[in-house]
Every structure is written in C-alpha cells, then in structure tokens.
Design a protein. Structure first.
Length: 423
C-alpha cells in the first residue's frame, strides 16, 4: 500500500454514513492492520479515540501486536516526544523498544526503565549525544524522568564530557552515530556538513540520507556538488560491494615488529633507522620503517624506494603503516612482487582498500588530491567501487580547497551542535 493509499484508508476511519459506516471503518482498520508499517501508526493511534467501540477494539488489538520494526520505532518515538502519551501504557505492556540504540536509550530513560537503560549504556555513550541533539522539550522530558526516578546513577549524564569531539578527528563509529541522530531529527544541513569530515563508508550513508530526504542545499555550488555526489553514488548500486578479507593475515609477529617501531625505535636517530631499512634483517627493517612513519620522517623519494624494497615484508609494511598512496591505489601491481608474491597479491589490495575507506575529504592535501585525480584518470572508463569512492573524495576535497572558510564554519557547526562521547 502506497502512502497516498494509507492516507485515504485512514480517512475512512471517520466515515459516518448510515448503515454501511461501521463496515467501512472496520474495513479500513483491517487494511491498516494488514499493512502494519510506520505510515499506519498515526491513524491507528487516532482510531483509539473513535466513537465506534469496535474500531477502538480493533485498533487496540493491532497496536498491541506490531511486528514491523519501523512501525514500533514510530510508536516509541511518539512516546519520546510526548505526541502519543495516551498509548504509553500500551507500549510498555507490549514490551516494545526502538531499534536504534541511541533512541532506545532515550526511550528507556523517559519511560522509567532505568535498569534496562543502565544495562545497555551505563557510561552514557549513546544517551549523551542523543540528549545533546534533542529539542529543548525532549531534554526537559529526560530531566523530569531522571528527577522522578530519584536514581543518582543517571546523574552521570550531566557530568563533564571527557572527550570533546573535533570534527576532523571523528572515528567511523562516532561519525555514524552523528549521522543516525541527524537523519532521525531531519537535520539535513548538519548531514551535509558531516560529508567533509567523515570516513568514506559514512559519507556514502550520508549521501543516501540526503537523497532519501530529497533535500537541496542553498547556493549553486553546493547544489552542483550534491548532485554530483548522488550521481556517483548511484553508480555503486543499492549496496556498494565490500572488499573481501585476504586469505592471509599479517599475524602477531609482524604486528609486534610494527608496535616495537612505534614504541621503542621511534627514539632512534633518523639515520640509524634508514640504515636498518637499507641493510637490516626483515624484522629490523619493518621495525625501523614503523618508527620512521611514527616520526613522520618519510621523504618524497622514499616512495619508489619502499615499494621496490628488496624485502617483500618491508613493501607490505609500507602499505600497512603509511598514509595511503593515491598513485598506487588503482595499480594492478601496487608494489614489486619480486619475492613474497603470494602474500603481496593477497595482502596489499586489502590494505589499500581499508586505508581508502578511512580517508576523509578534509585530510587530503592538494598534492594527494592531484595524485588521486591522476589515478582516477589513469584507471580508464570502467567503473568500480574503488574508483567511485575515490571520485567522491575528489569531489568533496576539491570543494574544501575552494571553500576553506566555509569548511571551518562547518567544523564548528558539528562541534557546537552535537556531540560528546565518552572514551
């Protein structure tokens, strides 16, 4: 049933024509029941106020036995906002709860289910950003609920936030949490701002959210940017393919070499580290390379040297621990396969793909952007996920480089509007 059909069916709940009126009303309830999705909830709740006791009874039965998750979320959201307080006891009796975890936390607190809430989120990791993003009315409902509970454990919500979110430092988890909240609150402008600071997987989700909302920004340049992003996103299909895990893994020994480089070798002189890389054992070379990366001592001429290093472990380590190299992202053989060919062909594409997914438009420099553009052009006409993701980065990063002042205001917008997450 389409939304327009739902609306027409819902209107029939008020049908008062003699003789056949009740038949029409009950038929409407049945259709809404059979449909049973989020669009029907408002009509079923309103039907509880009907003058027809049989319509009330049928609507009540439907609301007590919902299966559709979106319908349950819609009903619970009505309790959170206070829009449908009259069905609060019904919702609690049916043991409904929203699916999104932040919304669930808010629902538990507002409905007085303190133990359920604390079992889910005792450090306020999800409730705090929900609370900070909520309207004044909902924040007041939360405060009232906490006061009525008289449970001191909930006062931690108002404690000092241990980590202030800086937009350019957002992790994928934090960015996705912000997107979920923005999308639910229909904050499309904030979603647009988030595009520039989120890792690529969240950017794709954000483009989907803006597309579904049919939102258009103000300003010709922003309109063109969003249109290009949506069109690029469409070439990926409904669900962008995920990059397969390699058949082999670096393993704990290799990881230990990298950690030793970060923690112990980082205090060595640069010349000592380079000597280890040039003439040391594979273990010494990987450890020294890790220290060199930690200290940000890579030189422009190191790139070709390291992707062609005599030790294949060093070549893999260079891809694993360094910044992404846009010029090798689309290459069939990103590093030399002389020695360790099986490992390189399994590991390097996966490492590059994962590094790409963690890139943020705001983190690209003009030089890395130019390399990325060159890589896309050299990749030819055939479309693939890596090329499309890289194209999204180029679109957003190019906008940033032309609009530095605007991006600064976007960063402040994100920091001011939303979020503090416990570490």
């Amino acid at each position: 049933m389409k939304k327009t059909q739902v609306e027409k069916t819902g209107q029939k709940l008020q049908f008062r024509f003699p003789l056949i009126g009740q038949y029409v009303r009950l038929s409407a309830v049945k259709k809404l029941t059979d449909f049973g999705t989020a669009d029907t909830i408002s009509y079923l709740v309103e039907a509880l106020k009907s003058f027809d006791s049989k319509v009330v009874e049928a609507s009540l039965k439907t609301l007590c036995s919902l299966k559709n998750k979106d319908a349950i979320d819609t009903l619970c959201q009505g309790i959170i906002t206070g829009k449908w307080d009259e069905v609060r006891s019904l919702v609690l009796s049916a043991d409904y709860e929203p699916k999104p975890i932040g919304m669930r936390c808010m629902f538990f607190v507002i409905t007085g289910q303190v133990e359920k809430y604390l079992e889910l989120d005792f450090e306020f990791q999800y409730l705090r950003p929900e609370y900070q993003a909520a309207s004044d009315d909902i924040q007041q409902k939360v405060r009232n609920a906490i006061q009525q509970s008289n449970d001191h454990r909930l006062m931690g919500l108002f404690g000092e936030v241990r980590k202030k979110i800086v937009a350019k430092d957002l992790t994928q988890k934090e960015a996705q949490l912000m997107l979920d909240i923005y999308a639910r609150n229909k904050q499309s402008e904030e979603i647009f701002a988030l595009l520039f600071f989120a890792p690529l997987p969240v950017i794709v989700n954000a483009i989907d959210a803006l597309s579904q909302a049919k939102w258009k920004p103000y300003g010709d340049e922003r309109v063109i940017l969003l249109e290009n992003l949506v069109n690029t996103r469409k070439t990926m299909g409904n669900k962008p393919e995920t990059f397969p895990e390699p058949e082999v893994a670096l393993g704990p020994v290799f990881q230990k070499w990298i950690e030793t480089g970060r923690k112990e070798y980082a205090s060595k002189l640069e010349q000592q580290l380079r000597e280890h890389i040039n003439i040391g054992t594979p273990a010494e070379a990987v450890t020294a390379l890790s220290a060199l990366a930690t200290n940000k001592w890579f030189r422009p001429d190191d790139h070709n040297k390291f992707i062609n290093h005599p030790h294949w472990m060093v070549r893999i380590a260079y891809v694993a621990i360094g910044d992404i190299k846009p010029d090798i992202l689309f290459s069939e053989n990103p590093v030399s396969i002389e020695g360790g060919e099986y490992w390189i062909k399994n590991m390097v594409p996966s490492l590059l793909s994962k590094a790409l997914l963690q890139l943020k438009p705001v983190s690209l420099t003009p030089d890395s952007l130019n390399l990325l553009v060159e890589g896309i052009e050299n990749a030819g006409e055939s479309a693939n996920t890596i090329k499309n993701l890289a194209s999204i980065l180029v679109l957003l990063s190019g906008y940033i480089l032309r609009n530095t002042i605007v991006i600064g205001s976007y960063e402040k917008q994100i920091e001011d509007t939303l979020i503090g997450i416990d570490t």
